[in-house]
Design a protein around this ligand. Structure first.
Ligand code: CTP
Ligand code: MG
Length: 256
């Protein structure tokens, strides 16, 4: 963990020269928290335990994801939104107790957005940079986490890791193609997404819980605020279907 200031990642901006009345994360670095939404059922993965508790290489997806986060030098606190039933909560508490670092658990909600909002409400007061990272992106490399934190520290209010789209994408109307979308301007979006705490809190406060967004940056865009991109990574893919789990097993075998 980043208790050693010599290991705290990129240098903060000089603290003696706050250039504007608004305090940015770049000027007054506080601590970095990562919210991990892990309360989903994993319906597309098929019957079984909640997805975050399904095993990959003998360990739950959540453990893979949180291990990487606590190993990131820039990360100070991890708050997991757990499946809200008593067994789910107890299991997540048990798993996190075995990991190093400052990890905390809250009960998640009915949608991903609600789970993130519940974790946001439980963040320590001194965290001013907040990442949101899907438990389902269990194999995300630590470098992606560090790049997102660095971009927020450098002054971006909202940052997302992205990859170019490889497939040709078409819009359809029923079974009829209505348009071919220009692929060169499209990006596939991953997590962790990083924000100043102010911006993430404002975006969630302004959101409509009955029309939940699939990512947090979408809520920031709805406020009309800029969202910056950094390069994502193929191994940060979201484990959604049984095929993804096979792919993840292969990635893990290659790493070991
Ligand atoms: N998530 C959450 N709370 C919810 C729903 C989803 O915290 N009510 C989390 C999931 O645990 C996952 C992330 O959001 O880590 C991305 O969601 P997704 O991949 O859709 O996972 P699930 O909702 O579990 O899967 P499915 O949609 O197939 O049921
Ligand atoms: Mg889902």
């Amino acid at each position: 963990m980043s208790t050693d200031p010599a290991e705290a990642g990129p240098d903060p901006a000089p603290s003696a020269v706050p250039s504007a009345a608004v305090t940015t994360a770049a000027e007054a670095p506080g601590r970095v928290a990562v919210i991990v939404p892990a309360a989903g059922k994993g319906e597309r993965l098929g019957p079984g335990a909640p997805k975050a508790l399904r095993e990959l290489g003998g360990l739950p997806l959540l453990v893979h994801a949180v291990r990487t986060l606590v190993a990131a030098r820039s990360v100070d606190v991890v708050v997991v939104a757990a499946p809200p039933n008593p067994q789910g909560l107890a299991e997540v508490q048990r798993l996190l107790a075995d990991l190093p670092g400052d990890t905390r658990v809250v009960a998640g909600g009915r949608t991903r957005q609600e789970s993130v909002a519940l974790a946001l409400a439980a963040l320590p007061a001194d965290c001013d940079v907040v990442l949101v990272h899907d438990a389902a992106r269990a194999l995300t490399p630590v470098d992606v986490v560090e790049a997102v934190v660095a971009a927020v520290r450098a002054g971006a209010g909202a940052v997302i890791p992205v990859l170019p789209v490889a497939d040709t994408i078409k819009a359809v109307d029923g079974d009829q193609v209505s348009a071919t979308v220009d692929r060169s301007t499209l990006r596939a979006v991953q997590t962790p997404q990083g924000f100043t705490r102010d911006i993430l809190a404002k975006a969630h406060a302004a959101s409509n819980p009955s029309l939940p967004a699939t990512d947090d940056a979408g809520l920031v865009e709805a406020l009309g605020l800029p969202v910056h991109t950094v390069p994502g990574h193929a191994e940060a893919f979201k484990i959604t279907t049984p095929f993804d789990l096979v792919l993840a097993e292969a990635v893990l075998r290659r790493r070991r």
